[in-house]
Design a protein around this ligand. Structure first.
Ligand SMILES: [Zn+2]
Length: 525
């Protein structure tokens, strides 16, 4: 029997989307049912939310994991078993709407899921220094505190933003700081005094140290309606001491903690006390996604929890001086100190410095430089060989091209800013041509503007390049440029040095001396 027109059309759509997914993330679809489902035509880029996929799918069977990739028009579901996946497939494929304005979603089975760090975020241990004390208050204490903070005088604001009220000191959102010289008339209500001895007892019971200062002197009350949130942030180091206490009243919510690419959600139950100390206070950001449903673990996998109104009480103690924590990444005291030290130079000046001290040097020394550098470093070669057949590899700052033949099963392309080195690279190619069919490809370009399409490269190396750039912004831009080129799941290797080289170092590089002599010659002409 021949299939009807609409089911053939549906299949063509499936095949087309499967090819896109294969090209993007390298996973294959499966004709046979598996535990892994892809929703082929709805994802973050089409405005789909994780909570709406999940609440739809769990009507038919439990779901273990949802994977939404940034800027993609598809997403993935993982089920405990094939039966569950089949139930979801049969009920959703070509049927479910998922907020797609009348359109329906198409699904396919896949052999695996894309590589991502999102697996089992709920099973991970909490960030270091984070403690959640459930049932910290009784219901009557909760009511007593709500009465004490008296929210009746808090102005109504628009639906988009949470409402706030401050005690002790005003928190200034523009600067993310407080003015210690301007205390408010309204102090933290006395009713809150019950919290501190209890908190010390609870922390001692858990074998954790209490804090080494008196009691908090600043309180911010946040009123969140369902759908409202707070962007990821770290409480300004120099503004407040460690730890920070946050009491949840009225409703539950999921708070997200983030450090680098690590994300960890935490369910904050009504009447619980959250203690953020150490790394969790200084090195992780915390925030609440603005949405009306939260995703939480259930006995069968994941489920959704509707948000209610929630009132949070954040208690802090003013620091009155710079922070001396051991977590420099998000430390405003450290960041400000560094930006005061660094001389301010513009991009144009930076580019001129590089032209004089880097590019012209390399162009002069290229032949000799190339002769003395022909053996690939084993670690770099090993990295390049770790890519599978057919991968596209890019060496940014390839010099004489010594890494371009490390993996003959991949297409390796090099680029360099120095025309002298590109010539050396092509000279080497002439020699290699006699022995090999795999010729080096190299072109000249600036590592801040690589003329290669975004997300097309499987592997990228930058060996001894980035430290040649004159400012931190330009060095960061070079890394961003590499990230732009990499496809999802792609990998990069960066080597840099000269971090501790002093400007007035007595022993100057032979190359710099040589260049000085050349510059002199030029000047004398
Ligand atoms: Zn700090």
């Amino acid at each position: 029997m021949t299939k009807d027109y609409s089911s053939r059309k549906l299949e063509r759509k499936q095949r087309r989307c499967e090819t896109i997914i294969y090209n993007d993330v390298g996973i294959e679809s499966s004709e046979m049912p598996t535990c892994f489902l892809a929703i082929l035509n709805a994802g973050l880029s089409t405005g789909l939310t994780e909570e709406s996929v999940l609440s739809n799918a769990i009507q038919y069977a439990p779901v273990q994991q949802v994977i939404m990739l940034p800027n993609k028009s598809y997403c993935f579901l993982k089920c405990h078993n094939v039966n569950n996946a089949e139930r979801i497939y049969n009920n959703m494929h070509g049927r479910a709407g998922l907020e797609q304005r009348g359109g329906v979603v198409y699904l396919s089975y896949f052999k695996s899921l894309p590589m991502c760090k999102e697996e089992n975020v709920w099973a991970k241990p909490l960030p270091e220094g984070l403690v959640l004390l459930p049932n910290f208050l009784t219901e009557s204490e909760e009511n007593m505190l709500l009465k004490a903070i008296n929210l009746e005088d808090v102005e109504q604001s628009d639906l988009k933003h949470r409402r706030v009220k401050h005690f002790g000191y005003q928190f200034m959102y523009g600067e993310n700081n407080v003015d210690p010289t301007k205390p408010l008339n309204e102090k933290i209500p006395n009713e809150c005094d019950i919290l501190w001895p209890r908190l010390k007892t609870e922390l001692t019971k858990l074998g954790l140290p209490a804090w080494d200062w008196d009691v908090p002197d600043q309180l911010t009350v946040n009123i969140y309606e369902p759908g409202q949130g707070i962007p990821p942030h770290v409480d300004t180091h120099s503004a407040f001491l460690d730890p920070i206490f946050s009491l949840s009243l009225f409703g539950d919510v999921v708070m997200d903690f983030r450090r680098g690419s690590d994300r960890q959600p935490l369910k904050l139950l009504r009447r619980s006390m959250l203690v953020m100390s150490g790394a969790s206070r200084y090195d992780w950001t915390h925030g609440i996604t603005p949405r009306t449903l939260d995703i939480v673990p259930s006995e069968t996998g994941l489920t959704v929890m509707p948000r209610q109104k929630r009132i949070s009480l954040t208690f802090r103690r003013l620091r009155r001086g710079p922070c001396n924590c051991t977590f420099p990444t998000l430390c405003d005291s450290r960041i400000n100190a560094q930006s005061n030290l660094a001389p301010v130079i513009t991009d144009v000046v930076a580019a001129q410095l590089e032209e004089k001290n880097v590019h012209s040097v390399y162009d002069c020394i290229a032949p000799h430089f190339s002769e003395t550098r022909h053996t690939p470093w084993p670690r770099v070669a090993e990295f390049l060989r770790s890519f599978r057949t057919g991968s596209v590899l890019l060496d940014i700052g390839c010099g004489n091209g010594k890494y371009l033949q490390c993996n003959n099963n991949a297409l390796t392309i090099g680029c360099d800013r120095s025309s002298g080195l590109i010539n050396a690279c092509l000279e080497r190619a002439k020699i290699i041509r006699e022995n090999s069919s795999n010729l080096p490809n190299a072109f000249r370009c600036d590592c801040l503007h690589v003329p290669v399409r975004s997300q097309t490269v499987d592997g990228c190396i930058s060996i001894a390049v980035i430290h040649h750039l004159a400012t931190a912004e330009r060095r960061l831009a070079a890394i961003r440029e590499m990230a732009r080129l990499l496809r999802l799941g792609g990998r990069a290797l960066i080597y840099v040095w000269a971090k501790d080289q002093r400007a007035n170092d007595n022993k100057k590089s032979a190359y710099l001396l040589q260049n000085k002599a050349l510059n002199k010659k030029k000047d004398n002409r």
